[in-house]
Design a protein around this ligand. Structure first.
Ligand code: C2E
Ligand code: MG
Ligand code: MG
Ligand code: MG
Length: 276
C-alpha cells in the first residue's frame, strides 16, 4: 500500500554522518513505532471568548514520551515525522484519538486539530476526515482544523481544493500562526477561513510596542470586514488580555487562560461545578 511505503524509512550507514543527523535518524526510526508502543499523548488547551469568558473549544497538542529520552517537544519531532512520512499515520491517529476522547467529555466542546502540510499534500485529507467523523460519530461542527500559511503556499490549487471539501463537510478551518508568513493577505483573499489565529509573537510586544498594537488592530479590522473571528495565541498576562479586550479581539488562548493539559482535570472540574 502506498501509505505504508511513505512511512518506511531507509536506513543506511554513512561514516561522516554527524551527530545531529544520526540523532534525527534514530528519532525517525523510534517514531515509526510510537503509536504502537502507546508513546503518544494528547493535551488540550482551552480557547475562551474574551467577552463572556466561555469556553469556545480546545486545541489538541501532541506529546511524545520517548522511552529513553522522556518528553520530546513537537517543535523537535513534528519536522522529523514530516520528513520521514510518519506524520501521515500520526496525523490520522491524532484526529481519531481526539475525536474519541472528546466524545467522552461531559460537554460538547469543539476540538481544534493541527494539520501538517504533508498531510494535505499526500493524502486525501477531506476523505480521511470524513471517514474518521463517520467512524467515531463526532459531529463535524465539533471539529476545527488548524493550518499554517506555509501549507497553502506549497501547492495553492491542491490545498485550497482540499480545504473547500473539508469545509463542505461542516468542519471549520483556522489559519494558524497568522502574521508570520509571507502572504497573509493573499491567503485570506483566496479562502473563506472561519478563524484567524494571531501568532503568539505579537503578544510578547503588545504591552510595549505601538507597532505590534497597530498590527493587531489592523488584523481585527480585517477579520471584522471579512467576517472572520480572530483568536490571539500566547496570552500570558492580564494586561495583554485587557488590551485585546479593548481592541475587540474575539477569542484568546494561552497560559493565562490555561496550559495544555490532559482533559481529565477539566472534566473533573466541570463535573464539580455541575454538582455545586
Ligand atoms: P501551535 O499550533 O501554534 O500551538 C501553540 C503552541 O503554543 C503550543 O506549543 C502551546 O503549548 C504553546 N503555548 C500555549 N500557550 C502559550 C503561552 O501562553 N505562551 C507561549 N509562549 N506558548 C504557549 P506546543 O504544544 O509545543 O506545539 C508547538 C507546535 O507543534 C504547534 O504550534 C503546532 O504547530 C505543532 N503541533 C502540535 N501538535 C501537533 C499535531 O498534532 N499535529 C501537527 N501537525 N502539529 C502539531
Ligand atoms: Mg495550532
Ligand atoms: Mg499557532
Ligand atoms: Mg506554531
Amino acid at each position: 500500500r502506498a501509505k505504508a511505503d511513505l512511512t518506511r524509512t531507509v536506513c543506511y550507514y554513512e561514516p561522516q554522518m554527524d551527530e545531529k543527523s544520526r540523532e534525527r535518524r534514530g528519532l525517525a526510526m523510534d517514531l515509526r513505532s510510537a503509536i504502537e508502543h502507546k508513546e503518544l499523548e494528547l493535551k488540550y488547551q482551552v480557547q475562551k471568548s474574551v467577552e463572556s469568558g466561555e469556553v469556545r473549544g480546545y486545541e489538541v497538542l501532541l506529546r511524545w514520551k520517548h522511552p529513553e529520552r522522556g518528553y520530546i517537544p513537537p517543535s523537535e519531532f513534528i519536522p522529523i515525522a514530516e520528513e520521514s512520512g510518519s506524520i501521515l499515520a500520526i496525523g490520522e491517529w491524532v484526529m481519531r484519538e481526539a475525536a474519541r476522547e472528546a466524545l467522552a467529555w461531559p460537554l460538547p466542546h469543539k476540538i481544534a486539530v493541527n494539520v501538517s502540510p504533508v498531510q494535505l499534500m499526500h493524502v486525501d485529507l477531506a476523505r480521511s476526515i470524513h471517514e474518521i467523523l463517520l467512524e467515531t460519530g463526532l459531529p463535524p461542527r465539533r471539529l476545527e482544523i488548524e493550518i499554517t500559511e506555509s501549507t497553502i503556499i506549497a501547492d495553492k490549487v491542491r490545498s485550497l481544493d482540499a480545504l473547500r471539501r473539508i469545509r463542505a463537510l461542516g468542519v471549520t478551518v483556522a489559519i494558524d500562526d497568522f502574521g508570520t508568513g509571507y502572504s497573509s493577505l493573499d491567503t485570506l483573499r483566496s479562502f473563506p477561513f472561519d478563524k484567524i489565529k494571531l501568532d503568539s509573537s505579537f503578544m510578547k510586544e503588545i504591552e510595549t510596542s505601538q507597532q505590534a498594537r497597530a498590527i493587531i488592530r489592523a488584523v481585527l479590522a480585517l477579520g471584522k470586514s471579512l467576517d472572520i473571528k480572530v483568536l490571539a495565541e500566547g496570552v500570558e498576562t492580564g494586561m495583554q488580555l485587557e488590551i485585546l479586550r479593548s481592541e475587540g479581539c474575539h477569542e484568546v488562548q494561552g497560559f493565562l487562560l490555561g496550559a495544555p493539559e490532559t482533559f481529565v482535570a477539566d472534566v473533573v472540574a466541570v463535573e464539580e461545578r455541575r454538582i455545586a
